[in-house]
Design a protein around this ligand. Structure first.
Ligand SMILES: CC(C)(COP(=O)(O)OP(=O)(O)OC[C@H]1O[C@@H](n2cnc3c(N)ncnc32)[C@H](O)[C@@H]1OP(=O)(O)O)[C@@H](O)C(=O)NCCC(=O)NCCS
Length: 167
């Protein structure tokens, strides 16, 4: 499967939103409970700076996944730390799309001067944790029962990849 990863444009946001809202409705991989509206997704996209890219994976001319680096914490000293998100359309799992998106995201994060990328993942999502581990993310700890969705309490594993220990 030949996947092209490129920076997202506003024209991609409908596809980004459709993929994300599938997981809002059906999965604990996001703790969002209500679907994103068009206006919310556009505002999210427009308020991003150069260290917080959004990318899409295209296959056969269609967006089949997306990824983003987002601020981890708004305090200034956290400026070189970002949180990674990767979402692949459920019809395209296990074909290397997530791997391609995360590899590209790490390159972009490093080029943007980030020092570390953090993942916060519901522990039910072994696919996501395995994907991160494949890129060297190390598990730092687990917060117990911090989310509540679909009638159950959910744990979150925090993982971290240091991009360049020297700087
Ligand atoms: C996690 C996710 C992005 C993986 O995307 P994908 O395109 O299916 O993954 P890939 O085919 O690129 O697989 C890359 C690696 O991830 C791991 N992986 C992916 N799916 C897996 C699964 N179901 N079980 C175990 N490991 C899995 C494997 O290490 C895999 O490498 P391998 O194929 O050599 O074994 C995808 O399952 C997804 O979109 N999940 C819902 C959203 C989500 O949880 N996002 C993460 C939170 S931000």
């Amino acid at each position: 499967m030949s996947v092209l990863v490129r920076p997202a444009a506003e024209a991609d946001l409908a596809a980004v939103r459709a993929i994300y809202n599938h997981y809002v409705a059906h999965s604990t991989c996001t703790f969002q409970l209500e679907p994103d509206t068009e206006a919310e997704r556009l505002a999210w996209f427009r308020r991003r700076g150069p260290t917080h890219p959004v990318t899409v994976a295209e296959f056969d001319g269609a967006v089949v996944g997306w990824a983003a680096l987002s601020a981890w914490n708004s305090r200034c000293a956290y400026a070189r730390t970002a949180e990674a998100s990767v979402y692949v359309h459920p019809d395209h799992h296990r074909r290397g799309v997530g791997r391609t998106l995360l590899a590209d995201l790490i390159v972009r994060g490093r080029a943007a001067g980030l020092h570390t990328i953090v993942g916060g993942t519901c522990t039910e999502h072994t696919a996501s944790l395995a994907l991160q581990a494949a890129f060297g993310f190390r598990q730092i700890g687990v917060l117990r029962e911090v989310g509540h969705k679909f009638g159950r309490w959910l744990d979150v594993a925090y993982t971290q990849l240091i991009l360049d220990p020297a700087t």
